[in-house]
Design a protein around this ligand. Structure first.
Ligand code: H79
Length: 441
């Protein structure tokens, strides 16, 4: 009996430490639930990694960008010179948001503070911010927030819990150690207060926001982050704001969506992704080349076709695509990336009906492609199939009609116990995505 009891105590302690004090018993408000639905319907957003690191453009290394402080072991004293070179005179919020709309994207998620600890907004509780430390001296987050409101685009804030600059981020985690030059001491609770203070600024001074996109908790995954306090604070300030965290493990109570970095849900090519797929809205984030922040040497641009395929494959797995660009230090988006976004917008203008507002369809993702669905409309997206017939199986539903989405011409098909056999003649194939529209009975 005694053993059982202590086992129970141990078990609940383990449970508690596992969820790191997250917002246990959290019940999302009606507004939050509606926003989750909006989010799932929206399908496509733009991720922006912009900070004083952008000035260095990776320092000639195609594999380095927003991590340059860590990768090149730049002490804080030296890194603090960077803000004085950050002067994005060509930044035009209206142009960015226009570009986002033309790409068919419905929201923007932007770095308000990355791991380097530099605030890209007018923080009052730290002068390590864009207004106080750069010659530019303007709050780009405010400009963007205003423009997003004008053009009906939702704005989400990326916020790094990990901080390579703050003295109280102590004990240190896996990164940002001795090279930063910080004293080997600090007050963890003071750091959490600071972080909650910045989040309070972001959630009170910029109007209604889409949500908070956390990153960096993995740096100290066993620390007591007091997530419950932070998540409660956010949900109190803006109950409709969605919380997600890129901690690479199963979502904690209080989170409203789950994200996957550089991988489709369930895939783990990066090697650090958890395999758990929750019932929450899902989002995959992806670099448009190989870098998050601006990198001068990175020529690894994904083609428009690859990008459309990622959007479609995400949708077919119930996930949004958050496609990242790293703006240049002058405030412009690289022309190659603008062109790709434009190409995606052109594709979506034709085919958006098969993406927006859909969910993963009844046909599971296969090597040939995926399905999306809205009510009785089932869309098969054939992305990679060069034969003239395709057997979709299992397929148990009755069908009313089967047509090519593009021209609504009939698709010859046979439905039997083996599945749905489709004929796709060469002249009906599309180089990017052959979409079959099935109306179910
Ligand atoms: O903001 C972008 C990146 O800077 C950030 N997340 C995206 C959205 C990012 N940080 N780290 N990573 C991406 C790669 C993660 C590597 C990890 Fe590890 C592997 C984290 C934990 C294991 C190696 C060991 C790096 C940190 C510890």
């Amino acid at each position: 009996m005694k053993i059982n009891k202590s086992f129970l105590v141990l078990f609940s302690v383990l449970l508690l430490s596992n969820s790191l004090g997250a917002q246990e018993g959290y019940k999302p408000t009606q507004e939050n639930l509606e926003n989750r639905q909006w989010f799932q319907d929206a399908k496509f957003g733009m991720f922006v990694h912009w900070g004083v690191y952008s000035v260095l453009g990776g320092g000639g290394d195609p594999g380095i960008a927003e991590w340059i402080m860590q990768n090149k072991k730049i002490p804080i004293k030296q890194y603090e010179k960077l803000p004085s070179f950050f002067n994005p005179v060509d930044f035009d919020a209206a142009e960015w948001v226009r570009m986002v709309k033309d790409a068919g994207m419905k929201y923007i998620t932007i770095t308000t503070k990355h791991h380097d600890g530099f605030a890209m907004y007018d923080s009052k509780i730290s002068d390590y911010n864009i207004v106080d430390k750069t010659p530019y001296g303007k709050d780009i987050i405010r400009m963007l927030a205003e423009e997003c409101r004008k053009q009906d685009i939702k704005l989400f804030f990326y916020y790094s819990q990990l901080d390579w600059h703050h003295p109280d981020y102590y004990p240190r985690g896996r990164t940002g150690q001795g090279f930063t030059g910080r004293d080997e001491s600090g007050d963890w609770d003071a750091y959490l207060d600071y972080m909650n203070g910045q989040l309070t600024e972001l959630l009170t001074d910029y109007g209604p926001i889409g949500g908070i996109w956390f990153d960096g908790m993995w740096d100290k995954k066993d620390a007591d982050w007091k997530l419950g306090t932070t998540y409660q604070l956010i949900h109190k300030l803006q109950p409709g704001a969605l919380i997600g965290s890129n901690h690479h493990v199963k979502p904690y109570p209080g989170e409203d969506f789950q994200m996957f970095e550089q991988d489709l849900p369930g895939e783990n090519t990066t090697g650090w992704q958890g395999s758990h797929i929750s019932q929450l809205p899902l989002e995959m984030c992806l670099t448009i080349n190989g870098s998050w922040g601006f990198n001068l040497m990175d020529q690894n641009h994904k083609s428009p076709k690859e990008l459309v395929h990622m959007l479609v494959k995400s949708a077919g797995r119930n996930a949004n695509l958050l496609l990242n660009v790293g703006p240049m230090p002058n405030g412009q988006i690289q022309p190659e990336h603008k062109a790709s976004l434009k190409a995606m917008g052109d594709w979506i203008a034709e085919n958006g009906e098969t993406i927006y507002g859909t969910r993963r369809g009844i046909v599971a993702a296969e090597d040939w492609g995926v399905s999306t669905q809205k009510g009785k409309k089932l869309y098969l997206h054939i992305l990679d199939w060069d034969k003239d017939v395709l057997l979709v199986q299992p397929f148990k539903e009755k069908v009313q009609s089967v047509v090519f989405f593009k021209d609504k011409s009939k698709v010859s098909h046979r439905l039997d116990k083996y599945g749905l056999l489709l004929e796709i003649p060469k002249n009906k194939k599309d180089g990017v995505d052959t979409i079959i529209e099935i109306t179910l009975k």
